[in-house]
Design a protein around this ligand. Structure first.
Ligand SMILES: NC(=O)c1ccc[n+]([C@@H]2O[C@H](COP(=O)([O-])OP(=O)(O)OC[C@H]3O[C@@H](n4cnc5c(N)ncnc54)[C@H](OP(=O)(O)O)[C@@H]3O)[C@@H](O)[C@H]2O)c1
Ligand SMILES: [Zn+2]
Ligand SMILES: [Zn+2]
Length: 345
């Protein structure tokens, strides 16, 4: 085994402590990555609040860094290569989903970057709030030149999670898109939808984010708590991407969807209640998505390099991880915290 250093949850409520961590020795198809930057996703907050101590928890599943060592069978990546890793680090490779490049929907369930179970040794995976990560080569993506490594890290979870539904739903020039919730996922959804040519609006409970919304390329911000503003955009959008991180009623957002349009709910990953009438009136569709397959992730990185898209980030030394988590919990972030892990050396 190799040792590195990272931020592991301990206690209840969970706090992160800087501790030595073990990483596996490289398998033939592994690369070792020096983690330089890791985004702080709202899922990390959910994981910490749900942590019961039965398995070790090191959060972090959108990171960039540099390859420091390669296994004997690795051909596509060399030492020194800048890479990006997202929230999936393995899959069965054989099921129908894996065969079409949708490893995120693997029938045997993909191995998650943290809190997952390694397919070969059964250990619990430990995430990117750490100075080193060992990953199967096909889940380490070459980071295109020109993308700032700190600002690119959030593309690997927040970005791909909104990119797949935008693409799958055919968003392009002339599409009318609304993004609900202007956080980490939401601000990237706005940038990507705008870059795909869509007329894009933001729906938010925070009127103070209106200037941000316009700066990101949106036409404007609709305040979700204002019934008059919501009524004005009834049936307006072909696609609504809902990134709200808490349980909520989908009705108000379904009413913004145009006839035969789709609400893609990617934020809250639990039980939702839907009044069928909100789907019936206007023949509306409800869908979801999460993470991405390897071809879509590579396509997203190429698109972002071409268009110059990265996340708007506030970079903090990793020792300030609690400040990042507390401010994310309070909705005080524009629009993604990224930890700089170099302070772990
Ligand atoms: N599907 C997937 O695979 C996947 C991947 C990554 C993350 N997620 C999930 O997606 C959600 C968003 O993640 P994130 O990192 O983007 O979080 P985030 O940065 O905290 O953004 C969430 C946004 O939702 C809005 N919001 C939060 N609480 C709300 C409430 N109670 N009612 C209405 N709006 C609320 C806020 O926007 P406004 O201030 O603009 O209203 C907030 O900025 C999380 O639940 C996360 O676990 C899912
Ligand atoms: Zn995430
Ligand atoms: Zn599979």
């Amino acid at each position: 085994m190799r040792t590195t250093v990272g931020w592991q949850a301990a206690g209840s409520p969970a706090r992160l402590r800087r501790v030595p961590l073990k990483r596996r020795d490289l398998r033939p198809d592994d690369v070792a990555v020096r983690v330089d930057h890791c985004g702080v996703c709202h899922t990390d907050l959910h994981a910490l609040s749900g942590h019961d101590g039965t398995h070790p928890l090191v959060p972090g599943h959108e990171f960039t860094g540099v390859v420091t060592e390669t296994g004997a069978a690795v051909t596509g990546l060399g030492v020194g290569a800048p890479v990006a890793v997202g929230n999936i680090v393995d899959s069965c490779g054989e099921c129908p989903m894996c065969r079409v490049g949708q490893e995120n929907f693997c029938h045997a369930f993909p191995t998650l970057t943290y809190g997952g179970t390694d397919r070969r040794d059964g250990t619990t995976t430990l995430g990117g709030f750490s100075r080193e990560y060992v990953v199967r080569d096909r889940f380490a993506y070459p980071l295109p030149a020109g993308l700032d490594p700190a600002a690119a890290a959030p593309l690997l979870c927040a970005g791909i999670t909104v990119w797949e539904p935008l693409r799958a739903l055919g968003v392009g020039p002339g599409s009318r898109v609304a993004v609900v919730g202007l956080g980490g996922l939401g601000h990237l959804a706005v940038k990507l939808a705008v870059a795909l040519g869509a007329d894009t609006s933001v729906v938010s409970r925070s009127p103070a984010k209106a200037d941000d919304a316009r700066r990101l390329g949106a036409e404007g911000l609709i305040v979700s708590s204002d019934p008059a503003q919501m009524a004005e955009v009834r049936d307006r959008f072909d696609i609504v991407i809902d990134t709200v991180s808490a349980p909520h009623d989908l009705g108000p957002y379904l009413r913004l969807v145009a006839m035969d349009g789709t609400l893609s709910q990617v934020g809250h990953l639990g039980t939702l209640t839907v009044d069928a009438l909100d789907l019936l009136v206007g023949r509306k569709k409800l869908s979801s998505a999460g993470s991405g397959g390897t071809p879509a992730t590579a396509a997203l990185l190429a698109f972002c390099a071409d268009k110059g898209i990265t996340a708007d980030v506030e970079v903090l030394p990793s020792a300030r991880v609690h400040e990042a988590l507390d401010r994310l919990r309070r909705n005080d972030v524009r629009h993604r915290f990224v930890l700089d892990l170099s302070d772990l050396d």
